[in-house]
Design a protein around this ligand. Sequence first.
Ligand code: CMP
Length: 143
Amino acid sequence: MEKTFLMIKPDGVQRQLIGKIVQRFEDKGFQLIGAKLIQITKEQAEYHYAEHKERPFFGELVQFITSGPVFAMVWQGHNVIQLSRTMMGKTNPLDAAPGTIRGDFAVQTGNNIIHGSDSPESAAREIAHFFKPEELLSYERSI
Ligand code: CMP
């Protein structure tokens, strides 16, 4: 079953949106198999966003993502990588459609509430970066 890494950024945590965001993915039918509230280090942030290292906003991005706790999650389900990105909406909230997470809750690209893996390769790398194998729990619905 496909897995993805989603992270509610410091703005989403501080605005108390964790519950609402988790609810959307549960309602879609995806399964939460790992979650934790963490404060990420500068080194973790630089590794996570390494592909943006040369971009002018890299310093600002690392500063922002380390400015407060994030809620790191692993979700599982059919096409969860692509579907969760559709549910998040475009990176720039100006382009994010109403009904998406960024379309409903964000107004600036820098503070865009949530990160999600953009490919199976990124998902595998990001999950391994933030979670130990024993922190991911598989379970069936029995009630
Ligand atoms: P995310 O999906 O976490 O992946 C890279 C992040 O870089 C992106 O969301 C934005 O938060 C951030 N980002 C992209 N473009 C800009 C920009 N022009 N200014 C500040 N941050 C940006």
